[in-house]
Write a protein that binds this ligand. Structure first.
Ligand code: AMP
Ligand code: ZN
Length: 471
């Protein structure tokens, strides 16, 4: 099946055609590790996990590279903003290295809890300083840099295509030079950005390296260009991130990469929309924010959050609320219960043979291949669960097939455990079996209510009545 994806470069849905027939090079901007990831960040990583799973599902061999941004002042608007790592170091009395290590471990825990598949390469910025220096030297040799105030800048006026991803016009940006109040007076153009700092406006840095331009540290954007090219080559298929990366981070990544190599760098740019909370975009700088581990403490399963995220298309904003999460949990539990029913009926994984099941499978695949339409894919899952023309084994096999893409851990669902019932409950259950045999349905219902009050759910299956403890 052909996969089509929305390419931010060109602003259209395009058929996906990799550079090498079945191999896909995929770079996803990873986390900054000066704090925990919030559930908004995790939404972006889930979207990327789905992208990888869909491509894999359709037979592509995806090489997925993700960086860990553990150096510099990390992020912010352009080159402004705080030195967040140093700030956290001061607040906690730890070294910046310890902080990066701590939050990297926390991030990977969230990543695995959400059943995301590890990238083939996790790369830390601090392990790749030499690659960054070499890349800056290439950009410099091609005449795209200048030095001012101790720092090396990328000069966007030397790169006529600057801003092509975001639809920015260089002429407008040049006009802005005259009108703008420069934050950084070294810059020739306010959109120029730092490739290498030796004079930090953030005071003493613990992370510094020698370079041809003096002892210092890399600018915010260069790591992604250096590491992606190291692991995926100088041209590759897909680069992704959250939509906030379009106007600055990805725009600058493109400029410096193509200025270094002289040719096109990435073919498909995919961006995930924001998760909002009641007050707007969820962000770390707001202070208090929701983490996955907090949701787990409140009694949610990570798969509840994953299911909630899949309920929105990655290109649409999604509003988080506990009501919405509860709803996702309820629906997911209902799926789990249906799968358990199938297992009670001895459903097994089988070849899909009936036309009906093949059609269901096809509709699910179409939804996935159509720009990762997960809300539609979930609707197809429900359609399959409610279909009464296919056998339980075919149904179960389809659900597991879908779960390759959805990643909701349906493969780990087991038969309901036979409860070690209390004597009283067992006696009531036996009495109910007899009452039903005697067609005394009023008594059978009465017993069901009594068991309900005792915390048991009675389920009538073809094999007889089964009791389970309420969750
Ligand atoms: P960071 O660790 O801050 O670099 O963010 C990791 C990823 O999360 C980036 O790709 C961001 O674009 C993305 N991101 C940040 N805020 C949100 C949000 N509220 N919703 C979805 N993604 C976000
Ligand atoms: Zn990046």
């Amino acid at each position: 099946m052909k996969v089509s994806l929305y390419n931010t470069m060109g602003r259209s849905i395009q058929e996906f055609k990799p550079i090498n027939e079945k191999e896909v090079g995929f770079y996803a901007c990873g986390p900054t590790v000066y704090n925990y990831a919030h559930i908004g960040n995790l939404r972006t990583f889930i979207f990327e996990d789905i992208l990888k799973r869909v491509l894999t599902h359709f037979g592509y061999n995806v090489k997925h590279v993700m960086n860990i941004t553990d150096v510099g002042h990390l992020t912010g608007d352009g080159d402004d903003g705080d030195d967040k790592m140093t700030k956290t170091a001061k607040e906690t009395g730890k070294t910046v290295w310890e902080i990066a290590e701590f939050y990297t471990t926390a991030f990977k825990k969230d990543f695995h809890d959400l059943n995301m598949i590890d990238p083939n390469v996790w790369c830390k910025a601090t392990d790749h300083i030499d690659d960054m220096i070499k890349l800056i030297q290439r950009i410099e040799a091609n005449g795209h840099t200048y030095q001012a105030g101790g720092n090396v800048y990328f000069s966007i006026d030397t790169f006529p295509e600057y801003g092509k991803l975001a639809g920015l016009k260089l002429d407008d940006l040049q006009t802005a030079v005259r009108d703008d109040v420069h934050v950084d007076t070294n810059k020739k153009n306010p959109k120029d950005f730092v490739l290498w700092f030796t004079k930090s406006k953030f005071g003493a840095q613990q992370m510094m390296w020698d370079s041809p331009w003096g002892r210092g540290y890399p600018g915010w954007h260069i790591e992604c260009s250096a590491m992606s090219m190291k692991y995926l080559g100088e041209s590759f298929d897909i680069h992704s991130g959250g939509i906030d990366a379009i106007p600055v981070h990805h725009t600058n990544e493109i400029a410096q990469s193509e200025a270094a190599t002289g040719h096109k760098w990435v073919n498909y740019w995919l961006h995930g929309e924001f998760l909002l909370d009641e007050t707007g975009k969820m962000s770390k700088s707001k202070g208090e924010f929701l983490t996955l581990q907090l949701l787990i403490k409140k009694g949610y399963d990570p798969m509840d959050y994953r299911y909630f995220v899949l309920g929105g298309h990655y290109r649409s904003q999604l509003r988080f609320s506990f009501d919405n999460l509860d709803n996702a949990k309820k629906n997911r539990m209902s799926i789990v219960s249906r799968i358990q029913d199938m297992l009670e009926n001895d459903a097994k994984q089988v070849e899909i043979e009936s036309e009906e099941a093949k059609n269901l499978r096809n509709s699910f695949d179409e939804a996935s291949a159509n720009n990762l339409n997960m809300p539609m894919a979930l609707a197809e899952l429900w359609k399959t669960l409610k279909n009464d023309k296919i056998t339980d084994s075919e149904k179960y096999s389809l659900v597991l097939y879908y779960d390759d893409v959805l990643g909701l851990r349906f493969d780990q669902i087991e038969k309901r455990k036979k409860e070690n019932l209390g004597e009283e409950a067992q006696a009531l259950l036996d009495e109910r079996v007899q009452a039903k045999k005697d067609k005394n349905f009023a008594r059978a219902d009465e017993i069901r209510n009594e068991l309900d009050k005792m915390g048991y759910i009675v389920k009538d299956t073809p094999q007889g009545a089964v009791l389970s403890k309420k969750l």
